[in-house]
Design a protein around this ligand. Structure first.
Ligand SMILES: [Zn+2]
Length: 129
């Protein structure tokens, strides 16, 4: 077990989260599979759900926000590029596929980013390990 010697900055926590590393210690290997988080960081033993089985709900919120922003961005850029001859059928198919794929692709990142945000506002305590 490795205990972080110095607390990371908020920026370090977010950067570590965006690279799927532990926001607290920077260690890798937080996921058993793409969608399944380990119960603890294999390096610093931080409880990755912070001891709260509903911790994932915040990650779902971040995931939903990213999916909605992606929808708006794709639609907006596409409309601007092809206006006034909009291929509505193609747009519908692409957006449905994007809305199915984006939560699956971004889920691990939203879990670690949510963990980083939680650690920024509620730093780890000895009971979290
Ligand atoms: Zn760690």
């Amino acid at each position: 077990m490795t205990t972080p010697t110095a607390l990371p900055s908020d920026t370090e926590r977010v950067v570590r989260a965006l690279t799927l590393r532990c926001p607290e210690c920077g260690g890798r290997g937080l996921f058993k599979t793409w969608l399944l988080l380990q119960p603890r960081c294999p390096h610093c033993q931080l409880k990755l759900d912070r001891g709260n089985p509903d911790h994932f709900v915040g990650a779902y919120l971040v995931n939903l926000i990213i999916a909605e922003l992606l929808f708006a961005a794709i639609l907006g850029v596409w409309l601007v590029l092809v206006w006034p001859d909009v291929p509505w059928d193609e747009i519908q198919v692409v957006l449905v596929l994007a809305m199915i794929a984006s939560p699956l692709v971004t889920y691990p990142f939203t879990r670690t980013v949510w963990l980083a945000a939680d650690l920024i506002f509620d730093p780890a305590k000895p009971a979290d390990r």
